[in-house]
Each structure stands twice: as structure tokens, then as C-alpha cells.
Ligand binder design. Sequence first.
Ligand code: F3S
Length: 81
Amino acid sequence: RIYTMVDKETCIACGVCGAACPDVFDYDEEGISQSILDNNSGDMLVPTSFIDDVLDAYDACPSESIKVSKQPFHSNPNISE
Ligand code: F3S
């Protein structure tokens, strides 16, 4: 069980996450990534079938902007959007 979101402040629009996991990560007009599961709030459980790809994106992101947690992110005021 994991939750995920993108730290849009640190994303450098490298494009790796969308390649690794297009069902979860997509880009805004500036090429900055976001989770399309839940409008990047990080509050929706990642569907089981996408977990491996999300973790691949997490490992591959060069700026460590993919955030993964076992808790919904809104419970952490420092990371919410
Ligand atoms: Fe940004 Fe990292 Fe994805 S830099 S585009 S969140 S792989």
C-alpha cells in the first residue's frame, strides 16, 4: 500500500517518471510532473497494478521529486501541495 505525489518545486522536467509509469505521472504545460491519480494530492492509494512502476519512477527520478509514502500525504502538512 503506497501513496505518491510529485514535489513540483524540485522536479526538473526530466521526463523519466512518465516513461516509467504513464498511468500515474503526467506533465503540466511546463513539463513538470504530477500524479494524475488524485490531482497530485498524494491522498489516493496507488492501484496495486501500478506500484512497481511508481517505485521504478521513484528510484529513477534524478531530483528525488517522486514522493512515496505509506500514509496519505495530506497527513503531512510539510509535503502537501
Ligand atoms: Fe520530474 Fe523526476 Fe519526473 S525530475 S519529470 S519528477 S522523473
